[in-house]
Design a protein around this ligand. Structure first.
Ligand SMILES: *Cc1c(COP(=O)(O)O)cnc(C)c1O
Length: 457
C-alpha cells in the first residue's frame, strides 16, 4: 500500500503538455457568441479587433480536444508548476470526518492565484503576433498582478484598469503591479469616454468589474497595436486553466484516488472550469459520475439566482454577447470582500453544463466563508484568499455531511490563492464588522432590466 503523503508534487516531466477543451466532449454546445453589430454569431474575424488571432481561434474552437501548450508557455509554467495536491489531514481530524479532503493549491506564485496560468498564455500569444501592448481590468487585483508578471516576462507594455474599491482597499496590489512595470489606473477613470460617462452619471461609484472591462476594451480598440485580454469567463481562459484539473487527476491517479465530489469557487468560472475539466470529461463520456459543485457568494449569485440569457460581458456593451447565467451587466454587487467573485455573469461553458444539470451550485454567506477560512488557516497553515474560502466552506459542509452519514467520500477542492492582500477583509471579520448583504429580488430585477433584447431566432 502506498503511504499517503501530505503533499504530492508531480515532476516537471509529468506536467501535462496539452490543455483540454471540454467543448469537444459536450453533447450540446454553449450557444454561440453574438456580434451585437450584426446580431449574428460572431466569427473569428469579428473578434480580431478585440482579441489576438490565436486566442480568437481558441475562443471559437469547439472541436479540438487537446491543444498543445507552446514551449515558451511551458518554460514559464515550470517556474512555479506543477502545483501541489495536498491532503488536508489536519482539517479532517479537526472535523472528525471520515471524508478524505484533497485540495489543489494554486497560490504558489507572486500573483497569489491560479490566474497566472492564463495570463502567461495570453501574453505569449500577443507577443507572438507582434502586438505592441495589452490592456485589462482587475477586480481584486490578482488578475492584474498575474498579467503584469506575464507581460514583464515577455516584454509587453500593460495598462490595468483596477476597480476603484479594490484600488482603495489594496494599495499594495498596485505596488506589486508596478514592480512588473504595469500602468495602473483606478476605474471608472476620466481616461476613457465610457469612464467619463459612468462618472458623470454616478460620481461616487465604487466601480465594478464590468465597468473596468469597458474602459480596458475602449483603450485597446483605440490604441494602435493594442489588444484587450480578460482573465476569466472566456472559453480560452477555461482552456488554459485546464492545467489545474489535468495535474490534479494525474496526482490523484498516483494515489489511487478519484474524487466523489469536486468543488470550486465561481466568479467568472475559470478556476472551476479548469479544475473540473478532466472530471467533467469522464462525466460527459460516461466513464465516471463525480458530483461537481460551484460555490458563489450570496451577494453575487449568478448561478443560483441569475437568468440564463444573452448578455454583454461588460457594462459598456462593447464586447460580443454571450449566453450565460447572469445578473445583468448593469448589476453592481455590494462591496463584499471576495472581489474576484463580484462579476455579473458566468462562463458560457459552465452555464451550459449547469443548465443541462451536469453540475450543481450553492451560494454562501460571507461570514460563514470567513469562519471556514480562519479554521483552514489554523489547521492547514495556508491563509486562503476570500474567494478560495468559498470552496473551503462547501468542502467543510460536505465533510460534515459525511460525518453524519458515515460515508467515506473523497472530496477535491480548488484552493485558488492566498489572502495576504485581503487583510482588511480578515480584519473586519475579526472585529465582527462583516455583513452578509444579500440582494433583494427587486435589486436583482434592476440588473435583469439591463439585459439586451435578442430577436428570437
Ligand atoms: C479571480 C479569482 C477567483 C475567481 O475567478 P474564476 O474565474 O471564477 O476562477 C477565485 N479565486 C481567486 C484567488 C481569484 O483570484
Amino acid at each position: 500500500m502506498v503511504k499517503i503523503p501530505h503533499r504530492l508534487y508531480l515532476s516537471e516531466d509529468e506536467m501535462p503538455k496539452q490543455w483540454y477543451n471540454m467543448r469537444a466532449d459536450m453533447k450540446e454546445l454553449p450557444a454561440p457568441m453574438i456580434n451585437p453589430a450584426t446580431m449574428q454569431p460572431a466569427t473569428e474575424e469579428d473578434i480580431y479587433p478585440v482579441f489576438c488571432e490565436k486566442l480568437a481561434h481558441q475562443e471559437l474552437d469547439n472541436e479540438t480536444r487537446y491543444v498543445d501548450i507552446p514551449e515558451e508557455v511551458l518554460e514559464m509554467y515550470k517556474i512555479y508548476r506543477p502545483s501541489p495536491l495536498i491532503r488536508a489531514f489536519n482539517l479532517e481530524k479537526t472535523l472528525d470526518t471520515p471524508a478524505k479532503i484533497y485540495y489543489k493549491f494554486e497560490g504558489n506564485n507572486t500573483s497569489g492565484s491560479h490566474k497566472l496560468n492564463s495570463a502567461i498564455a495570453q501574453a505569449y500569444y500577443a507577443k507572438d503576433q507582434g502586438l505592441k501592448g495589452l490592456t485589462t481590468e482587475t477586480g481584486a487585483g490578482q488578475w492584474g498582478t498575474a498579467l503584469a508578471e506575464a507581460c514583464s516576462y515577455f516584454g509587453l507594455p500593460l495598462t490595468v484598469f483596477m476597480v476603484k474599491v479594490s484600488y482603495q482597499q489594496k494599495p499594495f496590489r498596485k505596488a506589486v503591479m508596478q514592480t512588473f512595470d504595469a500602468d495602473v489606473i483606478a476605474s471608472p477613470s476620466n481616461t476613457t469616454e465610457i469612464g467619463r460617462k459612468i462618472l458623470a452619471e454616478n460620481p461616487n461609484t465604487s466601480g465594478s468589474l464590468g465597468c473596468a472591462i469597458s474602459e480596458a476594451v475602449e483603450k485597446a480598440v483605440s490604441t494602435e497595436g493594442y489588444r484587450y485580454v480578460l482573465g476569466s469567463v472566456l472559453n480560452q481562459v477555461l482552456l488554459h486553466q485546464s492545467i489545474i484539473g489535468l495535474e490534479s487527476k494525474i496526482a490523484m491517479e498516483k494515489l489511487d484516488e478519484y474524487p466523489d465530489i469536486v468543488i470550486g469557487c465561481a466568479g467568472g468560472g475559470s478556476n472551476l472550469g479548469g479544475l473540473i475539466a478532466p472530471f467533467m470529461q469522464d462525466k460527459l463520456t460516461g466513464k465516471a459520475n463525480p458530483r461537481i459543485v460551484a460555490v458563489e457568494p450570496a451577494s453575487c449569485p449568478s448561478f443560483t439566482r441569475g437568468k440564463y440569457a444573452y448578455d454583454f460581458c461588460d457594462t459598456g456593451k462593447i464586447t460580443p454577447m454571450a449566453k450565460m447565467y447572469t445578473l445583468g451587466s448593469g448589476f453592481i454587487p455590494s462591496a463584499n470582500h471576495a472581489g474576484g467573485l463580484r462579476y455579473h455573469g458566468m462562463s458560457p461553458i459552465l452555464s451550459k453544463l449547469y443548465h443541462d444539470k451536469y453540475m450543481e451550485a450553492v451560494a454562501v454567506e460571507q461570514s460563514k466563508v470567513f469562519e471556514a477560512a480562519v479554521l483552514f488557516a489554523k489547521k492547514e497553515t495556508i491563509l486562503p484568499a476570500p474567494e478560495s474560502a468559498h470552496a473551503i466552506r462547501t468542502a467543510i459542509d460536505e465533510a460534515l455531511k459525511c460525518k453524519e452519514s458515515g460515508e467515506r467520500k473523497t472530496i477535491l477542492f480548488g484552493l485558488t490563492g492566498t489572502g495576504y492582500f485581503d487583510m482588511t477583509a480578515y480584519e473586519s471579520y475579526h472585529d465582527g464588522k462583516m455583513n452578509d448583504y444579500i440582494p433583494t429580488d427587486e435589486e436583482l430585477q434592476k440588473g435583469f432590466d439591463s439585459l439586451p433584447e435578442i430577436p428570437v431566432k
